[in-house]
Design a protein around this ligand. Structure first.
Ligand SMILES: O=C(O)CCC(=O)C(=O)O
Ligand SMILES: [Fe+2]
Length: 315
C-alpha cells in the first residue's frame, strides 16, 4: 500500500466535473492511511518557493531574536520553537527540529480574540524580516482556500451535501509552521527523530516539503512508508478531528520524520494546519452513527479538542 496522488485539476470548484472522482479517491485514502498527495491544486509554485525562502530566513535569524520571540512568550503559541523544545512521541527523545509558528490575522475586536480563545490573537514577527507578515497572510489564505475545498470534497466523499462543512469554516483556527530539521546526527539511536511519531490534532494538514525526504507514514498494517517528495504536490493528511467527526470511519495515521537521506543538508517543511471554528461541534456526521449508537469519541467543540492536544505535548 502506498500513498495515493489526487489530481484536483478538474475538481477545484463546487460542482466541477471531476469532483465525484476526486471525492472517491479521497474516501479511499481516508479509509486507508489518511494520507494523500494533491496535485493540480492551483497554488503557484513561486508562492511555495517564496515561503521556503522565508522559512530559511527565519531559521537563520540569531538565537537572541528567536528567544525574544519564543512561543513561551505567547499565550497562543506564536513565534519560535527551539531545537528539542517539543517531544511529539513521549517514548522518544525530544524532536530534532526547530520551527516558527504563525496564524491568520484576526482583528483585536474579533469576538474570539476578545474571548481569549486558543489560536486567535497576535503573531510575533521579527522586525528583521518586514515582509514576513504579508507573505504568510497570503500563503495562509491560499492554503485555507485549498482546505475549504478539500472539506467540500470530504463532504461529498461521505455522501453529504458539498457545502456540509462550510458553516464550520467562517473563523477557522489555522496555524502555519515553518520547520527546519538538522541532518540526522551520526550518534542517533532508535529513539532519535526529527519529529517523533504522532498523529496531527486538527482536521487537515497540508504540507509542503523540500526535496530532502524523510517523512514516514504508518500504514494500517503497521509498516512505515516514506512519503517521498513529489515536485509540485502537497502532502495532505487527516488529523484527529476527522475520526471524531466520522465516528472512526476516516483515519488520522501516525507519521514521523527522520532527516536521513539529505547528505547532511537541513530539511525544511511547511505544514499548514486547518481546524474549523473554535465553537464548531465535532460529532459524528450523518451516516456515520447508527440510530441509538454511542459515538466512539466524546463530541466536543473544535476548541476543546485542540486544547486537549496542545497540553499533551507541550505540558
Ligand atoms: O515535516 C514534516 O514532514 C511533517 C511535520 C509534521 O508532521 C507536523 O508538524 O505535524
Ligand atoms: Fe504531523
Amino acid at each position: 500500500m502506498s500513498i495515493p496522488v489526487i489530481d484536483l485539476s478538474d475538481a477545484r470548484t463546487p460542482g466541477s466535473a471531476g469532483a465525484t472522482t476526486a471525492a472517491g479517491q479521497l474516501r479511499d485514502a481516508a479509509l486507508a492511511s489518511g494520507f494523500f498527495y494533491v496535485t493540480g491544486h492551483g497554488i503557484p509554485a513561486e508562492m511555495v518557493q517564496g515561503q521556503f525562502d522565508l522559512a530559511r530566513a527565519l531559521m537563520d535569524l540569531p538565537d537572541q531574536v528567536k528567544d525574544a520571540l519564543s512561543i513561551r512568550r505567547s499565550p497562543i503559541m506564536r513565534g519560535f520553537e527551539r531545537l528539542g523544545e517539543q517531544t511529539l512521541d513521549a517514548t522518544a527523545r525530544p524532536d530534532l527540529k526547530e520551527s516558527f509558528y504563525c496564524g491568520m490575522h484576526y482583528a483585536p475586536d474579533h469576538p474570539y480574540v476578545l474571548a481569549g480563545y486558543q489560536t486567535y490573537g497576535p503573531n510575533q514577527w521579527p522586525v528583521e524580516l518586514p515582509d514576513a507578515p504579508e507573505r504568510c497572510e497570503a500563503y495562509i489564505h491560499a492554503m485555507l482556500g485549498l482546505c475549504r475545498r478539500l472539506m467540500q470534497l470530504m463532504a461529498l466523499s461521505l455522501r453529504l451535501p458539498e457545502d456540509f462543512f462550510d458553516a464550520s469554516s467562517h473563523s477557522p483556527m489555522v496555524t502555519l509552521r515553518m520547520i527546519r530539521y538538522p541532518a540526522h546526527p551520526d550518534d542517533a539511536d532508535e529513539r532519535t527523530f526529527g519529529a517523533g511519531a504522532h498523529t496531527d490534532w486538527g482536521a487537515l494538514t497540508v504540507l509542503a516539503q523540500d526535496d530532502c525526504g524523510g517523512l514516514e507514514v504508518q500504514m494500517p498494517d503497521g509498516r512505515w512508508v516514506e512519503a517521498a517528495p513529489l515536485p509540485g504536490s502537497f502532502v495532505v493528511n487527516l488529523g484527529d478531528m476527522i475520526p471524531r467527526w466520522t465516528n472512526g470511519l476516516y483515519r488520522s495515521n501516525p507519521h514521523r520524520v527522520r532527516n536521513l537521506h539529505s547528505a547532511g543538508r537541513a530539511r525544511y517543511s511547511i505544514p499548514f494546519f486547518y481546524e474549523p471554528d473554535y465553537l464548531a461541534r465535532i460529532e459524528p456526521v450523518p451516516g456515520t452513527l447508527a440510530p441509538g449508537e454511542t459515538p466512539l469519541l466524546k463530541p466536543c467543540t473544535a476548541g476543546e479538542h485542540l486544547r486537549e492536544m496542545y497540553l499533551r505535548t507541550y505540558g
